[in-house]
Design a protein around this ligand. Sequence first.
Ligand code: GTP
Length: 377
Amino acid sequence: MPQRTGSLLIPLFILLAGLFASVYTRVLPALALDLLPWLPYVLACVMVFMAWHFNRGKVLLAGGLVLLPTFYPYVESESLPSSFTTVAAIGLGLLLLLRERGFFNRFVFNRILFLGMLVAWSVSYEKNVINFNFLAISVPLLKISLSSLLCWLMIALTSILSLITWWRKADGFSTAVLVSLATLLLIECMSFTVHQESAVRSAQILVWVWFVVAESHRMAYRDELTQLPSRRALNEAMLALPRHYAIAMLDVDHFKKFNDSYGHAKGDEALKQVARVMQRYDNRASIYRYGGEEFTLLFKGRNVEDAQAVLEQIRTEVQLEQLDVSTESKEKMVTVTVSMGLALGHSSDAPSEVIKRADQALYQAKKKGRNRVVVAA
Ligand SMILES: Nc1nc2c(ncn2[C@@H]2O[C@H](COP(=O)(O)OP(=O)(O)OP(=O)(O)O)[C@@H](O)[C@H]2O)c(=O)[nH]1
């Protein structure tokens, strides 16, 4: 499934479930109806707890921002959108530009101060403490005030920014921001009752709870450098292998020398490049970073038959990829090569034994001169 579609699937499902639930709020028993308006706040507490537990300062800020419009009562339609919704939208957009710096530190404090300043401006404006008369004039044709037009323009700009960010990254955070913005606009534009709004807003907060859970899972099971599944994911996959499978171990040749010659950062780039080549074949094999400069490819079922051919293709493609190691004084492009060992497994074999045989075959490939694939006997 393409990454973009995949990233949207669960957040959209949560939002749709919230919308679906909002239709049925009428039939809820009286007690549930009394409790429903509190649900977003309870979920927000869960969100803040998880943000603290997983050290996610941006999630803490997002929690405050999505609740912000609830602190100001619904305003008349002619002054749509409320400045609180505008601040919430701008704040969510700004979060996309900021780096995650943890939950409790001076960065988060400064960010809260900045958002607090925006909120103070909004309150002052909505309560007529500050008054810009020219913002009240009506815009010809659109029949809305200049202030409403400016708010809409800022929301539109933020939405475009988040759409572009999501399109480029398709990561959990940009998806949560995008779905949150869509929910803010829905709540702003639809005439929801208090209970319907609570149901939809609860879904909006659940999207963030989902983000923290999914992100922690990703951190546990993905390798940070290459973004490939990690050794932990491999260990779990080994517990549910089919009857026929094959395991290949891949190792970058002379990698210590590469690091010593061009530096650790270039070494990291080389590892990412090798990972990218292997990912071209992720429909034929599951690919994992085993550790260091070693990777594992797991072939299952019918893919076992052409495992060797796939490994040969990977080997060829890796050595054709150029890597720029230029310095200020000298331009230089280099290539790396990889060696691989392949072992076939059967239901009677312990997977750890198959990995061991693949490792021995890899050792043979190194001994025979590297840049080759050896199949275990
Ligand atoms: N840049 C970078 N280097 C790494 C990483 N993980 C392991 N290494 C380096 O990979 C090198 C592995 O070297 P060796 O195991 O001696 O093997 P080699 O130099 O690849 O030689 P052969 O395997 O015999 O071809 C070590 O220098 C590690 O520091 C990493 O994530 N990034």
